[in-house]
Design a protein around this ligand. Structure first.
Ligand SMILES: *[C@@H]1O[C@H](CO)[C@@H](O)[C@H](O)[C@H]1NC(C)=O
Ligand SMILES: *[C@@H]1O[C@H](CO)[C@@H](O)[C@H](O)[C@H]1NC(C)=O
Length: 237
């Protein structure tokens, strides 16, 4: 009995790490830090900065009351500008079906809790995020895969975004710093760095966006944030 369960676990694990992204011989060049003006499967360009963006939605409330939620993973041209809607032919309108067909049911159920649309239409939100931003990640083009099976990169994109999010627990980081949601309290900018209904985490990458190493980078945007009086209100109705 327990042996059978262990076997099933191993099969699931094998399926989730079976990425067929081509191996990079140079996976050490940090994106946004080379004079190279060409993208390869091992170098993110022009979108060399990858931002993992998050929401704190209180009106209406979305997601768990003790967690921020995922907005997306956005390539940025290392300067605050970005490309969008890069490949109409891969702007899929069946993200849920694609993830199911790839047996990514754990991923899907995590997304249903943590990657939620403020109006309750998460499928449309995921389609928007994939079509607008995901199709612009040059290192996950179909040609970057060996034995490519259609829409493989879609599953990789959503999985990578979720994996990054899991390592960026904004609620806990703020709470550890004594900053918790409160109806009436206000905080100053020096207490809270960032705008408190969204958090944007900037990365550069060595190698491919799925298999490469992410390195934290400085922000590329000027936060339009007041210096004091910042509210972080609870998620409650
Ligand atoms: C990274 O580069 C090393 C050295 O060329 C190579 O052995 C390794 O397989 C590469 N890793 C990936 C994920 O491409
Ligand atoms: C998703 O849509 C694409 C484009 O229409 C189609 O080729 C693919 O078979 C669909 N995938 C699933 C799992 O339904």
């Amino acid at each position: 009995m327990s042996f059978a369960r262990a076997s099933i676990g191993l099969i699931a694990l094998a399926a989730s790490v079976s990425a067929s992204i081509k191996t990079c011989s140079n996976n050490n060049t940090l994106s946004c830090h080379s004079s190279s003006k060409a993208g390869t499967c091992c170098y993110n360009y022009p979108g060399g900065a990858l931002l993992q963006t998050q929401f704190w939605d209180t009106d209406p409330v979305s997601g768990p009351t003790d967690s921020w939620t995922i907005h997306g993973l956005w390539p940025d041209n290392c300067d605050g500008t970005y490309e969008s809607n890069c490949d109409e032919s891969r702007a899929y309108t069946n993200i849920t079906e694609i993830l199911k067909a790839q047996d990514r049911t754990d991923l899907l159920s995590y997304m249903e809790d943590y990657w939620v649309d403020i109006n309750g239409d998460s499928e449309s939100f995921w389609e928007h995020e994939w079509g607008k931003h995901g199709t612009c990640v040059n290192t996950i083009k179909p040609s970057c895969y060996s034995n490519y099976s259609p829409q493989e990169e879609v599953g990789d994109f959503f999985q990578k975004t979720v994996d990054l999010f899991k390592g960026l627990d904004t609620y806990k980081a703020l709470s550890d710093a004594g900053i918790t949601p409160d109806e009436s309290k206000t905080y100053t900018l020096s207490e809270i760095h960032g705008k408190l209904n969204q958090a944007w985490y900037f990365f550069n990458v060595r190698g491919n966006a799925i298999t490469g190493k992410y390195q934290a980078a400085d922000t590329l945007t000027k936060a339009s944030c007041p210096s004091s009086g910042i509210k972080y209100v609870p998620k409650s109705n």
